[in-house]
Structure formats: C-alpha cells, structure tokens
Design a protein. Structure first.
Length: 601
C-alpha cells in the first residue's frame, strides 16, 4: 500500500528558489565581475539602438523603448537562471504589441505589459511551463519566419522615406505600390548604406587573424586586433546609428532636411506609476473594461509568445544543463509586471542580444545590472542627441536583425525526416503572413492538433497470425503506448477483419503488418486473440466502450487473453468487460487450451 508523505518546503527554500542570485553570488569573484561588466556594456551598445527602433516598430515614441530596457535586466539579474538571457524589447513582441494596440496610445501597451506579467506569473506559479511543449517546432518556425517577413515589410516605409499607415503584410505592400512615386532618394541611399555597413560589420566579429611561426609578440598583437574587430562587429548597431546621426546632423538645415528624423525624445527617467486603467485617445475615453476588450486575445498571445522565446533562449544556451522553466516564466512575469509601472511595453528575451552576451564571455545574470545602469545614463544624459537619428537608420537596424529569424534550413530537415510536418510549417507561415500573426499562430496550433489526432487515429498495431506448433493457432496483437478514442475505430476495424473466414495475408500501404486469417476455414483454435499489454499503459473510456462489444462477440466462440497487463490496465478492463482473462507470458499456453486454466479477474 502506498503511503503519502507530507511534502515540506521551507519558506527559506522557496525564497532561495525565487532568487537564484543568492546561490551564484556565493562563488562570485572579481574575474566573473569583469566578464559581466564587459558583457553588460557590450549588450547595452546593442540594446539601446534596438530599443529605440523597436519602439517605433510597436508604433510609439522612441523613449518607450528605453523605458522598457532597464527594469528587465535589473530584475532578471536577481531572478533569472540563464546568464545569457537579456530582457528588453524584442522584434516579435513589438510587432504583436503593434497588432493589438494599433490606433491607440502607449497606455494600452503598458496595460498589455501589466497583464502579460500577471498571466506569466500565474503560469509560472501553477507550473504550467509544460504547456509550451505542445507548440511544435514547425509551428514556432513558421510563426517566427512569417513574423520576420512582416516586420521587415513594415520597415519599407522607413527605408525609403515614405509616410503611410499599414498594419498587415498585405496592406503594407499595397500602400507601398500606391506611394512608390514618393520615395525619398536621400533616405533610400542612407538606409542602403546602413544595411551594407551592418552586414559587413557583422562579418568582422568572426574574422580570425593568423600569425606565422611562434612569434609571441605577433600573436598577442593579432589577438588584440581580432578582439577589436569582434567588438566593432557586435557594436555595429550603435556604430551605424551614431554615424547616421552625425551625417544627418551635418546635413541638417533650418529650411529643409534631407532625411526624415526621429525628432524630440522626452528626456529623463519615466514617472513611476501604476499602468493606466483609463485613457483618452483623440476624443474617445476608454474605461478599464473597454481597454481590456480592445486588447482581446493579445492578453494570452503576447505572454505566451514571450514565454516561448525566453525558454527557447534558455535551452539554447543551457549547454546540456537542465532549464528551470518554471523559474524562467516567473522571472519574466515579474519583469513585465514591474516594468509596466515604469511605462514599459511588453518585454522578453532577445536571441540576438543573448548571442552577443554569450560571445562577450558573460558569467552570470548579474551582467544585466551594468546594462540597466547604462540605459538609465542614456535616458538622463543622451536623449537630446537622439533628435537627429534618421528613421532610415533605425529601419535598417530592424531589417538586418529580423531577417536572421527566417528559418530556411528547417525545410530541408523536415523533408528528410518528417514530410508531414511541412504541412504544419507552411500552413502556419502562410496563415501568419496573410491572415495576421495572432490568427496564424492559432491556425498553426490547430493544424498541429489535427495532425496529432491523425497520428492517434492510426495507433501502431503489430498483428500476427501464429501457428508454429508451440502454441495453438492464434492471433497476437502488440499495442504500444496508450489507446485513445481517436484510434478506436481503426483498432475495431482491424479486429473485425481478423474474424473474416477467408481473408488473405496482406500488408498495408504504410508498411504496417496487417496479418489476416490464412486461406482456410476459421476453426475454434483461430478464435483466440492474445493482446500483449507489456508496452501498453492506458486506455481511455471512449476506446474501451468502442471495443467492448467486439471483444464480447469474439469471446462467444473463442477467447481474448490479456497478457502481462499492468495493474492500471487490469483495473480499467475489469470495470468494462465481464470476466476478462489475464495471465503472465509463462502461463499463456495453459490459458489458450480450454479446460486447462480458469479465468482470472
């Protein structure tokens, strides 16, 4: 009999689990601090221009990107488990934020961040992290690839200096062709130059400088030069934006300006206040209920995508170590919840910044403290200089960042290993591209569910006709895993086919054995069916009801023997079938011959 022991978890253990910094700070050293400092500064040089660009992608003023960039790194330093993860605005969440707040104001984005934090906290506290495992890799890949193309398309107006409104992939390109004659040459040339520089500087971080012989001095010089090139490569966003800003400043004239500029950015730190539950857009006042209604499915989709991104990054950089998904979700939830009080839009981890962090030699999540400090200094000291940042430069940063999200390689892998999953990939991709990101994600999950049901409706059944002299002639079935309602009809049809008196031995198109009665009249000995249950762990109720009458019919002139059934299987069958026959494999022969054994329940 099982004994239940009371699970005792001390408050101290819970507290230490919520704040991993307590553990890793015990072994923190000056060497780790230097590594975190270098990584923190390097990430900040990537984060600051990205956050300004992603704020414009979300449809808000640049300062909101910076407001969203310092509390996340601070909080994650105390609650995060993966050193490489950097929380802040990301291209994907910014696009989703734009989708659900388009035509409103920043108050809606703050409220979205607030509720995203609550949903993520609830999911983490209830340990619902396993739910993200139900979203397959093809769905995620199709979703992110379509999102990347949607984001890149949305920046076409920034790249070419156009002014028009569009909120979908189709409407963006429709409006582009309507306004193509309004393309500004200066902005186009600047964005082209920025893109070339960004892609060229990206190569610098991977340059390897070789030295000849054992020249130690030359080796050190090459190492310093290689490190300098690497730093220029990872700081390319900041470098390109700075050069574009200087260019725009030098070309600026009071009467005319050759470039479309970012304009005034509110200086200083954001006011600390609860997210607004009432706001006015134009002449319309929205109550809390109306704001929540307007955000709609975004209250679920945004936090879900945030969780997916964070856990994926943590797993990518875990180096084989287990990932505490629950703690990652809780940390993300707290970051969004607290950041919403600092006028933040929804945030999550960024793959590009996490890769920079890893390449910078980060040691602990504490690097986020240095990143957060630099963002605060930027808000306090540098915002007046951001007036001259060209919009084309920010658009270039976004386009060069998101095109890396398009996953071309997965098509080859799926074609080689699982062709049916290409349906899920393409279905998700096309739905996201043409129906919208949020609808496309739901369609992808739906397609995945249909394919999952298809697989469950075709459970693997190894059916054999055995007449070798060692045992009486009989049919043997080897079900694997669990048998569910979706596969009930398939199993029932197969068992019915075994009762046909002159069926031929066949093989199905998919190669599965479908052994039927040999070409001879059915005798009593071939009315024995042995179900080997050693690899079977459960039935569901619908499945049991579906095969109940068939098993009873089979038992009228023969017998059905359940071999090596586990206790759970015995319990389920006993509740549905009258006097089912159970036996061990060693007792099988005795149970096949009438009169030599007794039925056991």
């Amino acid at each position: 009999m099982l004994r239940l022991r009371k699970l005792k978890i001390s408050p101290k253990r819970i507290f230490m689990g919520l704040f991993p910094i307590i553990q890793w700070s015990k072994t923190y050293s000056s060497e780790k601090a230097i590594g975190d400092l270098i990584a923190g500064i390097t990430i900040a040089l990537t984060l600051i221009p990205q956050s300004i660009a992603y704020a414009s992608l979300a449809g808000f003023e640049p300062q909101y990107g910076l407001y969203s960039s310092f509390m996340g790194p601070f909080i994650y330093a105390f609650m995060g488990t993966c050193a490489q993860v950097n929380l802040g605005p990301s291209a994907l969440l910014s696009l989703l934020t734009f989708t659900y707040t388009n035509g409103t104001n920043a108050d809606f984005a703050m409220l979205l961040a607030f509720f995203s934090g609550i949903v993520q906290l609830v999911a983490g506290t209830a340990q619902l992290g396993f739910l993200v495992e139900f979203i397959s890799v093809p769905v995620v890949s199709g979703f992110t690839s379509a999102a990347a193309l949607t984001i890149a398309s949305s920046q076409i107006k920034g790249l070419l200096g156009l002014n028009f409104s569009a909120d979908t992939f189709i409407s963006t390109w429709r409006n582009f062709f309507l306004h193509v004659k309004e393309v500004r040459l200066n902005d186009t040339m600047l964005s082209l130059g920025c893109c070339i520089m960004l892609q060229g500087m990206k190569i610098l971080k991977d340059v390897k400088i070789k030295t000849k012989g054992d020249d130690e001095k030359g080796h050190k010089k090459a190492l310093v030069m290689q490190r300098a090139l690497w730093f220029v490569g990872v700081a390319r966003n900041a470098t390109v934006v700075a050069l574009a800003t200087v260019t725009a400043y030098l070309a600026y004239e009071d009467t005319s300006n050759p470039f479309l500029l970012t304009g005034d950015i509110t200086p200083g730190l954001p006011a600390v206040r609860p997210p607004p539950f009432q706001t006015t857009v134009g002449n319309t006042t929205y109550t809390a209920g109306e704001m929540i209604s307007h955000l709609g499915t975004g209250l679920i989709v945004v936090p879900l995508v945030g969780i997916l991104g964070n856990i994926a990054i943590a797993k990518a950089f875990a180096q084989g170590k287990p990932v505490d998904a629950t703690q990652e979700i809780i940390a993300l939830g707290v970051c969004n919840l607290v950041s919403s009080f600092f006028q933040s839009i929804p945030v999550n981890g960024s793959f590009s910044r996490s890769a920079v962090s890893n390449a910078s030699g980060v040691k602990t999540p504490g690097s986020g403290i240095y990143t957060g400090i630099l963002v605060i200094l930027t808000l306090v000291l540098l915002t007046p200089f951001f007036y001259f940042i060209p919009r084309s430069a920010l658009a270039s940063v976004i386009v060069c960042a998101v095109l890396q999200m398009v996953d071309y390689e997965i098509v080859k892998k799926l074609w080689k290993h699982s062709k049916l999953d290409i349906i899920t990939l393409l279905g998700t991709f096309l739905c996201c591209l043409f129906l919208g990101i949020e609808i496309g994600l739901l369609c992808g999950v739906g397609i995945d569910a249909v394919l999952l049901l298809y697989y469950h409706s075709r459970p693997p059944l190894d059916v054999q006709y055995i007449d070798n002299g060692s045992f009486p002639a009989h049919f043997a079935i080897h079900p694997v895993g669990g048998l569910h309602f979706a596969g009930a009809e398939r199993v029932r049809s197969k068992l019915l086919s075994l009762q046909q008196p002159r069926a031929a031995l066949t093989t199905t198109a998919d190669g599965e054995a479908a052994t039927h009665t040999p070409q001879a009249t059915t005798t009593a000995s071939t009315r024995i069916l042995v179900v080997y249950c050693d690899a079977l762990y459960r039935f569901d109720y619908t499945f049991l009801q579906g095969i109940k009458m068939l098993v009873l019919d089979w038992s009228k002139t023969g017998r059905v023997i359940w071999c090596d059934a586990k206790d759970t299987i015995k319990h389920q069958l006993t509740g549905v079938l009258p006097d089912p026959i159970f036996c061990e494999k060693s007792q099988l022969r005795a149970h096949m011959i009438p009169g030599e054994s007794q039925s056991t329940a």
